[in-house]
Design a protein around this ligand. Structure first.
Ligand SMILES: NC(=O)c1ccc[n+]([C@@H]2O[C@H](COP(=O)([O-])OP(=O)(O)OC[C@H]3O[C@@H](n4cnc5c(N)ncnc54)[C@H](O)[C@@H]3O)[C@@H](O)[C@H]2O)c1
Length: 339
């Protein structure tokens, strides 16, 4: 298939592009490059790509593709809360516009990177895709609105699919340090301390970046009737873990590190357990396989091998800090368009 992969220079896109290529797809990227140089270790070989802002994508850019995988976004809750209007412009309006252009250009399948954050604070019972959506942040709200509008676009020739990913973990050459496992392993590496600011009880379902790539690759070529206009949680029940359990796993993976649970109430009220059975049922064999422990071991190896420094961890690989630094340096404008 000829696939347009937006966000190909992000954390997940950098892992997904080679997985798609290995499955025989012809991949073209699209990214404004906000984090293109945020690389740990050797620079990855990117597919051919368009350097364009999502808000400015011309209609011609969609011509000739069989499918779009749409990852590009301001991609986390704190980032979205810092600049809610930009989050709605990029994550919501520009995403819906991209989908309309794709449909008009005859693209048949549109895989949308949604999030389990749409479930908000859902308690202890695992939530299925039919659970009420309770987005708690502009980021999660923007994802819900896109799902709603893409559903309206679905027809005989256009198949949108919503992949609600759990929180990702694992090594990517374009690392993100602001997601929970990657962050806790970083602290263990740099200070020997695994510090949990909350009481550790919130549920945080996790999924390895490569398992997300595998799920998107499977959905790309799945029979239309199995996936048409449907939402799928992406992850595994085995990785439905509490923050305290994640921290304990990190301590195990990084010998010599110690666990500190401060018990302060964190600012983040999200807590949800997720049921991942729909994707397994729709696409037998499609299931996230990599464990949190494997991810922690992989990350500490990579951090050590590539010499992750505190400065890089706190600034280069932390989305919010990186954008603030680029704005201060004048390489990104107020509306987050690279200059
Ligand atoms: N990482 C996770 O834990 C996670 C979990 C659930 C869902 N998701 C979703 O998956 C997608 C990818 O996440 P990620 O972790 O790779 O994020 P990321 O921040 O690493 O990558 C996002 C990419 O989008 C690009 N981008 C942002 N704004 C753009 C714009 N206006 N125009 C063009 N490109 C733009 C950035 O340059 C970046 O390369 C996002 O939609 C995110 O919401 C991620």
């Amino acid at each position: 298939m000829r696939v347009l992969l937006t966000g190909h220079q992000g954390y997940l896109g950098t892992v997904m592009a080679p997985v798609l290529a290995a499955a025989g797809h012809e991949v073209t990227g699209l990214d404004s490059g906000l984090f293109a140089d945020c690389v740990l270790g050797p620079t990855p070989p990117d597919p051919e790509g368009l350097a364009v802002d999502l808000r400015d994508v011309p209609a011609e850019a969609l011509a000739g593709f069989d499918a779009v995988i749409h990852l590009a976004a301001l991609s986390n809750d704190p980032l979205g809360s810092l600049a809610p209007e930009l989050t709605y412009d990029i994550n919501y309006h520009a995403s819906v516009r991209l989908a309309r252009l794709a449909r008009e250009a005859g693209v048949r399948r549109f895989l949308y990177a949604s999030t389990c954050s749409v479930y908000g604070a859902s308690g202890d019972e695992p939530v299925t895709e039919d659970a009420p959506l309770r987005p708690l942040t502009p980021y999660a709200e923007s994802k819900v609105r896109v799902e709603d509008e893409l559903l309206e676009l679905a027809d005989a020739d256009f198949t949108p699919v919503f992949l609600r990913n759990a929180t990702a973990f694992g090594f990517s050459p374009r690392l993100r340090a602001d997601i929970v496992l990657n962050n806790l392993v970083g602290h263990a590496h740099l200070s020997g301390e695994v510090k949990v600011l909350s009481d550790g009880t919130p549920w945080r379902p996790l999924v390895h970046a490569l398992d997300i790539a595998d799920a998107f690759t499977a959905v790309l070529t799945a029979p239309r009737e199995a996936v048409h206009a449907r939402a799928f949680n992406v992850g595994t029940e085995r990785n439905n873990v509490t923050v305290a359990e994640i921290a304990a796993t990190v301590v195990e993976a990084v010998p010599g590190s110690t666990l500190l649970i401060t018990g302060q109430t964190g600012a983040d009220p999200r807590s949800y357990r997720v049921d991942f059975s729909r994707l397994r049922a729709a696409l037998p064999g499609c299931e996230a396989r990599r464990s949190v422990k494997e991810g922690a071991v992989e990350l500490i190896d990579a951090y050590r091998r590539h010499g992750l420094t505190r400065e890089a961890f706190e600034r280069r690989f932390t989305r919010l800090a990186r954008l603030a630094d680029r704005q201060a340096a004048g390489t990104v404008g107020g509306e987050l368009r690279p200059r």
